[in-house]
Design a protein around this ligand. Structure first.
Ligand code: GDP
Length: 301
């Protein structure tokens, strides 16, 4: 929709405006254009691997006289950027059935985990799902309170226990509650403690164990929440969380306020993990399913 486009466009303006401007008023492809483009891509945190892939392809096409004017170059750039993102452009679909679809969220504190859970609850409810939230970050009282606030805002039950409780036990309770209510989606928060990765891994294993006792396939999605604003650091986080848990999807937050939106390309090129959603604001509606074409168009518009 136009709304989506303008919202995303506004968000990505900082990342992509330099690239769009690079072509303004130019008619011919001069020698240093690709070099300038390379610099802009790197500055937008597209990363060395994805940037090299793009620049190599454009250089190749230039040499073979396939790019006769600026328009052709822009078209090729768009194609190259899309081809990096298309493999990870896989929306999260909740299968029909009577079992709750279980989403475990992981990510460092401050990445936007709680906010994303709240937005997801609203989204799934608007799609007709019945949602239950599990306050699995039992480490911080604030995390539980924050999730409860989102539960109130979105009219979603939040299952919690006092701070310090066993996270797996909270998730187990929440799963029971979801079953009892006939809920179709259960979203569990977890404590993202990277510096104690061993503990995180153990905690996630334990959660998976209690869930697996009731449904072998559960959790159905391990969603890693990453703040786009941290740029290349997001790669390190993706690496570390992938070692601790079977990350099956990414939610990239704060794309509305960063010049580092290119990090999505770097992630796609390096890990190939599906990017499920993007966050483009603090509001309950500011979450969008990731779409490669819309993303590139907004970036280069
Ligand atoms: P958590 O510690 O990972 O649970 O992070 P929070 O959900 O508490 O989010 C941390 C801060 O980032 C809060 O102030 C959120 O409002 C903000 N935030 C989360 N997602 C977005 C987003 O997509 N855009 C913007 N601008 N802010 C966001």
């Amino acid at each position: 929709s136009g709304g989506l486009f303008s919202r995303l466009r506004r968000g990505l303006q900082r990342t992509g405006s330099g690239i769009g401007q690079l072509f303004l008023g130019r008619k011919q492809i001069d020698a240093d254009l690709l070099e300038e483009l390379e610099t802009l891509l790197l500055m937008a945190d597209v990363g060395v691997e994805a940037t090299t892939r793009i620049i190599d392809d454009l250089t190749d096409r230039l040499k073979r006289n396939q790019l006769t004017d600026i328009e052709a170059l822009q078209h090729a750039l768009r194609e190259d950027m899309r081809s990096i993102l298309e493999p990870v452009s896989q929306p999260l679909t909740i299968p029909a059935g009577d079992k709750p679809f279980v989403i475990l969220t992981v990510g460092v504190n401050g990445a936007g985990k709680t906010t994303t859970i709240g937005k997801l609850a609203e989204r799934f409810k608007s799609e007709g799902h019945s949602v239950v939230l599990a306050a699995g970050d039992t480490f911080r009282a604030a995390a539980v309170e924050q999730l409860q606030a989102w539960g109130e805002r979105t009219g979603t039950p939040v299952i919690s226990q006092p701070t310090g409780a066993d996270a797996a036990s909270v998730v187990y309770d929440a799963h029971q509650a979801a079953l009892a209510r006939g809920a179709t989606v259960l979203i569990a928060d977890t404590a993202g403690r990277l510096h104690t990765q061993g503990n995180l891994m153990e905690e996630l294993r334990k959660i998976a164990r209690v869930l697996g006792k009731q449904d072998e396939a559960s959790p159905h999605e391990v969603l890693l929440v990453l703040d786009a604003g941290v740029g290349q650091n997001a790669l390190a986080q993706a690496e570390q969380f992938s070692q601790a848990a079977p990350v099956s999807g990414i939610a990239m937050t704060k794309l509305d306020g960063t010049a580092k939106g290119g990090i999505v390309f770097a992630l796609a090129q390096r890990f190939g993990v599906p990017v499920r959603f993007i966050g483009i604001g603090e509001g309950v509606d500011d979450l969008r399913p990731f779409d490669a074409e819309a993303f590139v168009d907004a970036l280069l518009a």
